[in-house]
Design a binder for this molecule. Structure first.
Ligand SMILES: CC(C)(COP(=O)(O)OP(=O)(O)OC[C@H]1O[C@@H](n2cnc3c(N)ncnc32)[C@H](O)[C@@H]1OP(=O)(O)O)[C@@H](O)C(=O)NCCC(=O)NCCS
Length: 172
């Protein structure tokens, strides 16, 4: 059987806007990633009815049958973006794809004119919190018992100066 790690070393990641043909695979990854996944209908509505929604998928260029390995979404309103979703298929995690997806979302939000970016994350979800802190997000508030499955608190994180982040990103 093909070793997925060996395959990964030879493949490149491509990020592009999500389309309706991607939804089935995205929903599969969502179910593997969240205890409260979005439904297929929600993704379809986000793509077709929600003009504030911006969604991207990460594809790997290899021989595998399922090129989509992750996705990110945000809502953009006036001068703020809110990260609505971010996930990478479990077999492809900790290889830099989440970082690439978040970077792409922030670049697009900045291009649209966002000044700040917010998101919510489970307080126990240390991997993503680490990722967000590396991008300059800071914990702004705690939403008590926010998640309806286990009543866990959410941390509201904020990236205050998106234009400043963008400048640093271009320098780097
Ligand atoms: C969050 C998620 C998208 C990260 O994707 P990923 O491709 O594994 O992340 P990356 O490989 O790009 O990691 C980037 C950074 O995130 C942090 N990170 C990611 N996964 C981590 C883990 N399991 N443990 C600790 N830190 C982790 C690290 O700081 C890492 O930086 P490093 O590579 O310098 O160590 C992925 O873990 C996931 O899909 N989780 C389930 C869904 C979820 O919780 N989404 C967030 C909702 S708020």
């Amino acid at each position: 059987m093909m070793d997925i790690t060996q395959v990964f070393e030879r493949i490149s990641i491509h990020i592009r806007p999500m389309c309706s043909l991607d939804v089935e695979r995205v929903v599969q990854i969502d179910r593997l990633s969240f205890s409260l996944p979005w439904s297929e209908r929600t993704y379809r509505l986000e793509l077709t009815e929600n003009s504030a929604a911006h969604l991207f998928v990460a594809e790997v260029d290899d021989q595998l049958k399922q090129p989509i390995v992750g996705y990110v979404g945000f809502w953009f309103l006036v001068d703020e973006a809110h990260i609505s979703t971010l996930a990478v298929h479990p077999e492809y995690r900790v290889r830099g794809i989440g970082r690439r997806l978040l970077e792409e979302a922030l670049i697009e939000a900045s291009r649209l004119g966002a000044d700040l970016v917010t998101l919510e994350v489970r307080e126990s979800n240390e991997g993503p919190i680490d990722l967000y802190e590396k991008f300059g997000f800071q914990v702004k508030a705690r939403k008590a018992r926010y998640y309806r499955d286990n009543h866990e608190d959410a941390l509201l994180m904020i990236l205050k100066d998106l234009p400043g982040w963008r400048e640093k990103c271009l320098e780097g």
